[in-house]
Every structure is written in structure tokens, then in C-alpha cells.
Design a protein around this ligand. Structure first.
Ligand code: SF4
Ligand code: SF4
Length: 291
């Protein structure tokens, strides 16, 4: 049976991708999926070779046919997003500002405006040194992230079926919005990466609520726990109250920084952080793959 493990965090920059990239080196036959499509960076470490590129049509934009335009300006009045401009001679659509709401199309008396499918991003089927990887890139200014994440996850599932692999490791989107929920729905287990900062516990509580909503088992990792041990204790107290398992506590380790600079997974180095990540993976693997 196919198992999917998502690594998420309440916000970006908590070490989520550091962990995901290392898991890719520790997991046996598996597919990686980078669902952080707004700001992907797993590819920097895993260096995938793109095998297939797919266009993602996630929105519609207004298109203006100048030959039908009588320059009445009604479209500009109708547009709440200031996406219709006038250059003194012609009306035109500012593609980046258009939300595809259709208001201008409805107002236009001559049928000069219509809505067309717009390219919102691309998703890729790739191969890394450690196995297949599905990933994507949303075009700047596009917001249709949930749909693009769904495509990445479909691509990962199809790669897993093709290879007869039983595990997908997901580097999830940070936060608690639509991208984050699209990253965790229908997964087998969620690893939440937290950090001992003022906002760390608050972010953790929000993401725990989201995962609880989907009734998915989860475990917590405290990254750089020794940077602020009293905040780490707060996180531990909260986890105890909620009966949430702490999978591991990763110490601050300069090797993580040098691994990032060299664009390599930290587990390829011998260091305290590396051995804690190894232990975390062993626990997760036992939990998810052997049940
Ligand atoms: S579709 Fe909506 S957002 Fe786009 S130009 Fe027309 S009125 Fe403005
Ligand atoms: S509403 Fe139609 S006809 Fe009028 S300016 Fe806009 S595109 Fe041209």
C-alpha cells in the first residue's frame, strides 16, 4: 500500500526542506514531491534531472480584440482590479493584474473581450540520484497554488506506481492556508517542524489544528532546540498536553549551514544534527512503513 509522509511547518525557514532533503537520502525506494510550489528549493539540494515538463493552466485572463473595440471605456469602469489600462489611444489588459472575474466581458457592448486559459505555472517529472521527484514552479503573481500542488502529488503517485514504490515523501508548503492543506490531505503521516522562537509555538499550534482537522497522525520535530531551551520546553509542554509525540530535537549545528551552502543534504555529513535526523527518520519509517 502506498504511504505518503508530509513534512510541514507553520511558516517557512524552519528547516523543513533540510529535513525533507535528508529523508530523500535515508528513505529506501521512494518518490519525492516538492509541494512548496510558491518558493521551491528542494531541487537545489536534490538536483533533479527534468524528464517531462507539463504546463499548468490554473486561471483565466481577459483578452481584448482591438478590431472589435469601440473605445467606450466601460470595461475599465467595470474592472475592480485596475487591470484595464488606456494608453491615450487604445484600451488594453494588464495581464498580471487580471483576476479573470469576467466583469469586463459582461460589460463590453461589442464582444471585444473574452476570457482565455492562462498559463499559471509548470510541473515536472524528474529523476534524482535517489529516485523520482515531482516538483513545480508557479509563475510570479499567480495564486492558484492548490491546483498545482494537486498536479505535483498526482505526478508523484504515478511515478510511485510506475516503479512499484510504496512511499512518497512530501516537502509541504509552509503555513496553514490552501497550499499547506493541499500538501497534507490524504497523507499517512505528517511531520511538523517547529523552532523555539517567540512565534514558533503559535505557528505550531495553528498547523497542529489543521492536521487534526484531517485526522492524520503526526509527530513534532524541534529544530535548533538548544538555541532557546526555555521556548523548547514550552513546545514540549504543549506537546505533552496534546499527547503529541516529539520525534526528535535537532541541535544547532554549523554543519547544516555548510551543507546548505554546498547544496548537499546534511545527512551526507557526520554531525550532531545529521545523527538526530537519522534517528528521526528511523522512528518515522518504523511508524509508517511497518504498520
Ligand atoms: S476579467 Fe475581471 S479582473 Fe480581468 S480585466 Fe476583466 S474585469 Fe478586470
Ligand atoms: S468595453 Fe469593449 S468596446 Fe468598450 S473599451 Fe472595453 S473592450 Fe472596448
Amino acid at each position: 500500500m502506498l504511504k505518503q509522509i508530509a513534512v510541514v511547518s507553520g511558516k517557512g525557514g524552519t528547516g523543513k526542506t533540510t529535513l525533507s532533503a535528508s529523508f530523500s537520502y535515508l528513505a529506501q525506494e521512494h518518490v519525492m514531491a516538492d509541494c512548496d510550489v510558491d518558493a521551491p528549493n528542494l531541487h537545489i539540494i536534490l538536483k533533479p534531472e527534468v524528464r517531462e515538463t507539463h504546463e499548468y493552466i490554473g486561471s483565466k485572463k481577459a483578452v481584448l480584440d482591438q478590431s472589435k473595440c469601440v473605445k467606450c471605456g466601460m470595461c475599465q469602469e467595470a474592472c475592480r482590479f485596475e487591470a484595464i489600462g488606456f494608453d491615450g489611444d487604445r484600451y488594453f489588459v494588464r495581464e498580471y493584474a487580471c483576476e479573470g472575474c469576467n466583469a469586463c466581458v459582461m460589460k463590453c457592448p461589442t464582444g471585444a473581450l473574452s476570457l482565455m486559459d492562462a498559463l499559471s505555472g509548470e510541473y515536472y517529472s524528474s529523476e534524482t540520484e535517489k529516485g523520482p521527484m515531482a516538483h513545480a514552479l508557479l509563475r510570479p503573481g499567480e495564486e492558484s497554488t492548490g491546483g498545482l500542488i494537486a498536479e505535483v502529488r498526482k505526478e508523484a503517485v504515478s511515478a510511485a506506481h510506475e516503479k512499484d514504490y510504496h512511499l512518497i515523501v512530501i516537502d509541504g508548503a509552509p503555513g496553514i492556508g490552501c497550499p499547506a492543506t493541499s500538501s497534507v490531505t490524504s497523507t499517512s503521516y505528517v511531520i511538523i517542524v517547529s523552532e523555539p522562537t517567540m512565534s514558533g509555538l503559535h505557528d505550531l499550534k495553528r498547523i497542529v489544528q489543521t492536521v487534526e482537522h484531517f485526522k492524520i497522525p503526526m509527530g513534532i520535530v524541534i529544530n535548533k532546540y538548544d538555541m532557546n531551551e526555555s521556548q523548547s520546553d514550552e513546545i514540549k509542554r504543549y506537546c505533552e498536553e496534546k499527547s503529541l509525540e516529539i520525534l526528535g530535537e535537532i541541535p544547532y549545528d554549523v554543519t547544516v549551514k555548510s551543507a546548505t551552502e554546498e547544496a548537499k543534504p546534511v545527512v551526507t555529513f557526520d554531525s550532531p544534527a545529521s545523527s538526530e535526523i537519522q534517528k528521526i527518520w528511523n522512528k518515522v519509517e518504523n511508524k509508517v512503513m511497518k504498520r
